[in-house]
Design a protein around this ligand. Sequence first.
Ligand SMILES: [Zn+2]
Length: 249
Amino acid sequence: MLLFDVFVLGLIVGSFLNVCIYRIPKGDSIVYPHSHCTSCKSKIKWYDMIPVISYIILRGRCRNCGGRISIRYPIIELATGVVFAALFLKYGLTLEFVKFAVLASFVIVIGMIDYYTTDVYTVTILPGIAAGIFFIIAGYFKGGDLLTFIYGALISYGLIAAIILMTKGMGWGDAEICLMCSLFLGLKLSIVMLFIAFVSGGILGTLLVLFKKSSLKSAISFGPFISGAAIFASVFGRNFMDWYIASLF
Ligand SMILES: [Zn+2]
């Protein structure tokens, strides 16, 4: 039952993340005003805001004007629910679970906004860094390590900064996302995150060039890859590290 509760909590959080993804690039407040239809501006009733279920009942259309509701909304809600459930299965109801659920929430918002706008917003990064530092201190008082987070942050920020300075192939926003994630992940999981982000970004970038969807010059946002890789690292990171080292020898 607890697993289902955590999944539902993820759906509800996901519905709030949707609001953040939609409003932050427009510079709007994320708490006020009440949600409204993007086509007819009518206020959305509470019973039409139930994550995923309302989208299915309304068949993806506004009750008032029939305007399309983006499929992005139920997808983000479901994805957040699944990530929360996976983290709960991995960590149980622990400080680690709360920490990585908070990280997932930040990177879902940051990754999606980067995907849509190719921008990384300070109003999302700074609270993320503050939350990361909070969890480092909370973990320290429970006997955790401090250095791993400092090394992780230095290495991931340093690596992206070096790439920016040498190739201009990435942006400072990418370095900021990596720094923020590493404050949650620590050294080992940061290495997994960077590895997965580069491999997945490299494969997709190559495919896009091969299928002529983009040229070598045109940049694809790297933020969504870092975000996905950070979630992967927080759920599977330790198993992945063991598996990778074992398969090398
Ligand atoms: Zn409408």
